[in-house]
Design a protein around this ligand. Structure first.
Ligand SMILES: [Zn+2]
Length: 216
């Protein structure tokens, strides 16, 4: 063994050493050198005590890829951005149809080399709230502005459809709970259109997002 190591080029040796290092040592933004490689479970009781929230494992068995994720600084979320998925109109309410839809979103994001679905929460047409990417990680939903930014997506295209009453109620409640839990100030609730070149979250949803900043 010793002989083989000596025979390695310096570059090869460094590469071997780099591969042997735990990811937590190499990746910026991690909380500790012993950070686990799988998504830590984030306590969502601050939501679940008030409204049902389906955990990520309840809709997908595809694990996130932690090597492509960045740990969030604990309790440091300072804004919320609301999106729509923005392709098809979605009015399906059955769990199986909703899960197929979320699978499509996840698959699209994994194809773009994201470590997981980009949003922290998804809300379906029936008003169910589903956990997306763990809040343990910064999201991937606003180019260049993902740090400290909680991503919520409503499934559907709100340039072409109106959100359901149940969806709006869930959005309002979810934003209220997360805002107060993280101490996010009024005025820090955005539609994607406020932060990037996009129509997202669509003309039928955006005014309802703006209104969230008026609520206590
Ligand atoms: Zn968006």
């Amino acid at each position: 063994m010793t002989v083989e190591i000596h025979r390695q080029s310096r570059r090869g040796f460094l590469r071997t050493m780099a591969m042997a290092l735990p990811v937590a040592v190499m990746a910026p933004g991690v909380v500790s050198a012993s950070a686990p490689r799988i998504a830590p479970i984030v306590d969502l009781r601050f939501i679940a005590n008030f409204m049902p929230v389906r955990r990520r494992h309840e809709w997908t068995s595809i694990p996130p890829n932690p090597a492509r994720l960045r740990f969030a600084l604990p309790n440091r979320y300072s804004r919320i951005t609301v999106h729509h998925t923005g392709t098809d109109v979605v009015t399906a309410t059955s769990e199986s149809a909703v899960i197929r839809c979320m699978d499509g979103v996840l698959g699209g994001h994994l194809n773009r080399n994201f470590g997981d679905v980009g949003y922290h929460f998804m809300i379906d047409y029936a008003g169910r709230v589903w956990e997306g990417r763990s809040l343990a990680y910064w999201g991937a939903h606003v180019s260049g502005k993902n740090e400290q930014n909680i991503g919520i997506v409503l499934l559907g295209n709100y340039e072409r459809q109106r959100p359901s009453r149940a969806q709006l109620q869930s959005m309002e409640q979810l934003v209220h709970l997360t805002r107060h839990y993280y101490g996010i100030r009024r005025g820090e609730i955005y539609g994607h259109i406020d932060l990037g070149q996009t129509l997202c979250p669509g003309k039928y949803l955006y005014p309802r997002v703006q209104r969230l900043n008026q609520l206590a």
